[in-house]
Write a protein that binds this ligand. Structure first.
Ligand code: ATP
Length: 210
């Protein structure tokens, strides 16, 4: 069985006990507005530490908790995710939320993914900021029984949750999409904060007033 944590606690990989020999996929859900190196680093590190066979980057269509002032077309976010993951055979894009449209509930996506991949255990990767939001997630009580939540610490958020979270140790990365949008508004450099191809795409399309 997977060790679950109710109290704030740090687990190292060696302390994690995994169930059976089922193959594992990771899901990194997000708005990716825009994708940045933080996303790539956490996906790679979690995949490596947990032996994930693939990580699916799953852009949402209309996230329930995000304010939409700075949103751009879903197709632009989707394109930037595709550019970000190109060249890494471990990563792929999962477009079910974009196809479904409307408000993207993770519960619905996981139900769908379980049907598509019945032989896999699903590891859902979330940053500490999202962990703090978990109690507000649609059908979270069911969701925690369907996936293993993998937490990645984020500056300013405690490693604390009423739900079982498997915390993975990764150096804190203080890159966020908010930071990237802010830098672009101020015409500051985003080089090395996002993949080169994403920087180029943003500049070519004049996204975020960059
Ligand atoms: P924004 O600043 O617009 O809120 P974001 O940088 O948090 O965006 P999202 O697309 O919302 O990016 O993030 C997708 C997932 O990746 C979330 O679970 C988020 O917590 C996690 N994540 C993003 N950046 C980091 C980071 N630097 N460290 C740890 N987790 C991160």
């Amino acid at each position: 069985t997977v060790q679950t944590v109710k109290e704030p606690q740090v687990l190292t990989t060696t302390e994690l006990n995994f169930s059976g020999n089922k193959k594992r996929i990771g899901i990194l859900g997000g708005t990716f507005n825009p994708p940045h190196l933080g996303h790539l680093i956490i996906a790679e590190q979690v995949a490596d530490q947990l032996g994930l066979e693939k990580v699916f980057f799953m852009p949402d269509d209309n996230p329930p908790h995000v304010d939409h002032k700075e949103s751009i077309a879903a197709a632009e976010r989707e394109k930037m995710v595709a550019l970000s993951i190109a060249g890494n055979p471990l990563f792929r894009i999962e477009e079910c939320e974009l196809r479904r449209g409307g408000v993207s509930y993770t519960y619905d996506s996981i139900k769908y993914l379980q049907e598509c991949h019945p032989d896999y255990e699903i590891y859902f990767i979330i940053g500490g900021d999202m962990v703090a939001y978990l109690p507000k997630w649609h059908k979270v009580e069911q969701l925690v029984k369907m996936v293993h939540f993998v937490g990645v610490a984020r500056h300013g958020y405690p490693r604390q949750s009423p739900y079982p979270i498997m915390w993975i140790d990764i150096p804190l990365i203080e890159i966020s999409s908010t930071l990237i949008r802010q830098k672009l508004r101020q015409h500051c450099s985003i080089k090395y904060l996002v993949p080169d191809a994403v920087e180029k795409y943003i500049k070519e399309r004049g996204l975020y007033n960059g």
